[in-house]
Design a protein around this ligand. Structure first.
Ligand code: GTP
Length: 405
């Protein structure tokens, strides 16, 4: 039997995702209409013999996470449990700490996945690849090609080539010997230099830098290169891009989630997800790449493109929303225009990857998508361009290239 672990991090992670991660833990942020990690769970549930999914992170258990887990267990008929680290133990330290839970029931292998990636998750392909090419008990790392390595600053240390690590691994119990050895070494080094708190620091281990780099020379770690889609979800802008990837995958995996032009419904252009509880005027035009959450209201003549509209938002008549994320329960007044600048990779390059943009460059806010935090009110007839608006703001005029605190 098989298991899967999803590394969901904790509240100190995902800082580039603010202000959206104030309201909901980043792994539950909706991407193409469902929680970011539901895409991982759906992929795992399709793998034959998958018995359990463990989420490992350092969030305090909260109502949203518990509700999500209960619903997902029911929907996918698979055991899904949350294991909480006492503090950030790193991508290797977390699975080492909970190794007893992972190996219980004796799985022959288990997947480990970063929560903040969007992917076609070629999990069964990784299993076949391991059987065909790997030594018994070898590990498989999913990798993808990137055309422009110079622009990609996320994971440069593991590979010196055009290949990057996707943060999706197929491992087995042997990995714990390797992590254990690093743990012991850390413990010895730390007990020499610093008697207090050494144990905690010894347990914080990163899979990529501390484990895989050392394994790379040992015919134990195999790389499976995928041509299917993959992207990281670090900044809010990358969530819109990831939504686009999943929405186009829905044609194959979930055609029922894609809206179509219907008598009495809004005009749909390209791939659009609309939650059944949303109320949309038939004269509105939505898409491409738009996701509309629960209980959203959209008035007459509204135009939405390349955007995520979160639950309870109210888009009043004739407003226009482009390249933006509209936070929970926000209101956009009549004829207002909320617009951002996308930072998508080159669409003509099949292997281009999204840049993990920084908020500031040379002291200036880099033009980015516009984000309205939760419960923001935009008055009628104003323009909000390339701005980030923190939650609960009641704006009274137009803004351009600003963070509104
Ligand atoms: P960031 O820019 O901080 O996200 O760094 P990164 O791109 O190097 O990613 P990192 O390796 O820190 O995280 C990869 C994935 O592992 C993300 O989904 C994180 O939520 C998760 N993760 C990172 N650190 C921890 C940790 O200490 N414990 C757990 N359980 N998950 C973690």
């Amino acid at each position: 039997m098989l298991k899967a672990v999803i590394l969901i991090g904790g509240p100190q992670k995902g800082t580039r995702f603010r202000p959206l991660s104030f309201e909901v833990p980043k792994p539950l942020f909706p991407v193409a209409g469902v929680a970011m990690i539901q895409h991982h769970i759906e992929a795992c549930a399709k793998v034959p013999n998958m018995k359990e999914i463990l989420l490992i992170g350092f969030y305090q258990p909260n109502e949203e996470l518990t509700r999500f887990l209960m619903n997902a267990q029911q929907e996918f008929k698979i055991s899904i449990r949350y294991l909480q680290e006492y503090s950030a133990l790193g991508t290797g330290g977390g699975i080492y700490h909970f190794r007893d839970q992972i190996v219980s029931g004796n799985p022959e292998a288990f997947f480990v996945m970063n929560a903040d990636v969007s992917s076609a998750f070629p999990l069964t392909e990784m299993l076949s690849f391991q059987k065909e090419h790997g030594e018994p008990n070898s590990f498989v790392l999913l990798a993808t090609t990137v055309s422009s390595v110079l622009h990609y600053v996320e994971k440069p240390s593991t590979f010196v080539s055009d290949i990057i690590n996707c943060g999706i691994y197929l491992l087995n119990q042997d990995i714990f010997q390797h992590i254990g050895a690093v743990f012991q070494k850390n413990q010895q080094e730390m007990s020499l230099e610093e008697p207090t708190n050494g144990w905690h620091r010894a347990e914080a281990i990163r899979l990529e830098q501390d484990i895989f780099t050392a394994l790379a020379g040992q015919a134990k770690l195999y790389v499976y290169k995928t041509l299917s889609f993959w992207s990281q979800i670090k900044s809010a802008g990358s969530a819109i891009y990831a939504s686009r990837l999943y929405l186009s995958q829905y044609h194959k995996t979930h055609p029922e989630r894609l809206a179509s032009d219907k008598e009495g419904g809004p005009r749909i252009s390209g791939n659009v997800y609309i939650h059944p509880t949303a109320v949309i005027d038939p004269t509105a035009t939505l898409g491409p790449n738009v996701s509309i959450g629960t209980g959203v209201t959209i008035g007459a003549g509204v135009r939405v493109r390349e955007s995520i509209i979160l639950h309870g938002a109210n888009l009043q008549d004739h407003c226009c929303v482009l390249n933006s994320i509209v936070g929970w329960d926000s209101t956009i007044g009549k004829w207002a225009r909320v617009e951002g600048t996308p930072s998508d990779p080159n669409p003509n390059d099949p292997f281009a990857k999204i840049d993990s943009e920084t908020l500031f460059r040379e002291g200036k806010l880099t033009p980015s998508i516009t984000i309205l935090g939760c419960n923001v009110t935009i008055p009628s007839e104003v323009i909000i361009l390339n701005s980030i608006v923190l939650p609960h703001k009641d704006l009274n005029r137009s803004f351009k290239n600003q963070i509104i605190l």
